[in-house]
Ligand binder design. Structure first.
Ligand code: ASP
Length: 349
């Protein structure tokens, strides 16, 4: 593996990793990222060039918006040919959304874009930030025969490299904050970083095609026993609504009550795309399996297969932002754009 002459752009958007504790109030506040080398002197020991850029001001990731995704896309696309790889430091709370969004918005990606962050600030003694940052840099710089080893948008966290659009935040307290339930990890970091090359997408040969217009007219409707007609109706009647990610039970099941199916059918007829994803963290929607799922299919609901909610929301925003018709959006939801879903042959919804 040759990593000499390599240059990496490190982008700090905000989040715990770059915060310090205010000694008077105990509240975590963002520090100036130029002080990074002071907190992580180990950075000087890498034999490649690391440049940094930060959001101004950096923000807690709960504040992140699709406009921030666009800012990231422009930083990466403006610097695309100057660097071999990109590391994005981001708060963990919404990292899976931002990273999923970028996996769609950076079309034809052929370089690594590795997201990471930490549960404890990088200046703290027991921080997980240093390890996450240093391994993410190493992964972003890794090459084999002159080609990047991981030309994908990924999240690296607590020794695991995961495809970004397969991840979900699962832990607010422990270091293993993320899981990829429906796709194996792309690499494990131990004494060596062991890449699972067969699972990593090959680099695209076409030039990068960045996209900047995610459409926000999307909503998540989480079903629960006892949900009322008024609630479902109010959501489906949101003005200008274009798509719904409906979180259903088990393998994609929902009530078969007439009022419910009628409301869905009516929304589909108005051009609203309704995508069925499961509330289960692991497994896939299979609408042919039970009558309850089959009825959704008949109402015009499309399968989200084994998609995370994060990937379904950001994929819809991406497709709608490209001014696609509902029919086109439905067609693209039914195929994998960048490895975000698996459609087994026998599952045809
Ligand atoms: N609230 C923080 C954020 O998401 C938590 C973190 O950085 O992990 O920005």
């Amino acid at each position: 593996m040759n990593i000499s002459e390599t240059s990496i752009l490190l982008i700090y958007t905000g989040g715990t990793i770059g915060m310090v504790e205010n000694p008077e109030t105990g509240v975590l506040e963002t520090f100036n990222f130029n002080q990074l080398e002071k907190n992580v002197p180990e950075l000087k020991r890498f034999n490649y060039k690391i440049s940094t850029v930060q959001f101004s001001p950096p923000c807690d990731s709960s504040e992140i918006t699709p406009e921030d995704w666009c800012e990231l896309v422009s930083i990466i696309s403006d610097n695309y040919y100057k660097y071999d790889g990109f590391v994005v430091l981001h708060g963990t709370d919404t990292m899976a959304y931002t990273a999923s969004a970028l996996s769609f918005m950076l079309e034809n990606l052929s370089k690594p874009v590795i997201f990471t962050g930490s549960q404890l600030p990088i200046g703290m003694l027991r921080t997980d930030g240093k390890e996450n940052l240093m391994t993410a840099l190493e992964i972003a710089a890794a090459k084999e025969n002159g080609l990047p080893v991981v030309p994908e948008v990924c999240i690296f966290f607590e020794n695991h490299l995961m495809r970004a659009n397969r991840t979900t935040k699962i832990n607010a307290d422990y270091f293993n904050a993320f899981r990829s339930f429906n796709y194996p990890v792309l690499a494990r970091a131990g004494i060596h970083i062991q890449y699972n090359s067969a699972l990593i997408r090959p680099p695209e040969r076409k030039p990068l095609n960045p996209h900047f217009l995610p459409d926000r007219h999307v909503v998540v409707l989480k079903l629960f026993p006892g949900i009322t007609r008024e609630t479902v109706k109010a959501i489906l009647d949101i003005p200008d609504l274009k798509a719904v990610v409906m979180e259903t039970f088990g393998s994609g099941n929902a009530p078969t009550k007439t009022w419910f199916l009628k409301l869905l059918k009516n929304a589909v007829n108005r051009g609203i795309v309704i995508v069925n994803v499961s509330q289960c963290a692991s497994g896939s929607v299979e609408m042919q399996r039970y009558e309850t799922g089959q009825r959704l299919s008949e109402a015009g609901v499309v399968s989200g297969y084994d998609s995370t909610t994060e990937a379904a929301v950001t994929k819809l925003m991406f497709l709608l932002g490209r001014n696609m018709t509902p029919i086109q959006v439905r067609q693209y939801m039914d195929c994998s754009l960048v490895g975000e879903i698996t459609i087994p042959d026998k599952i045809k919804n």
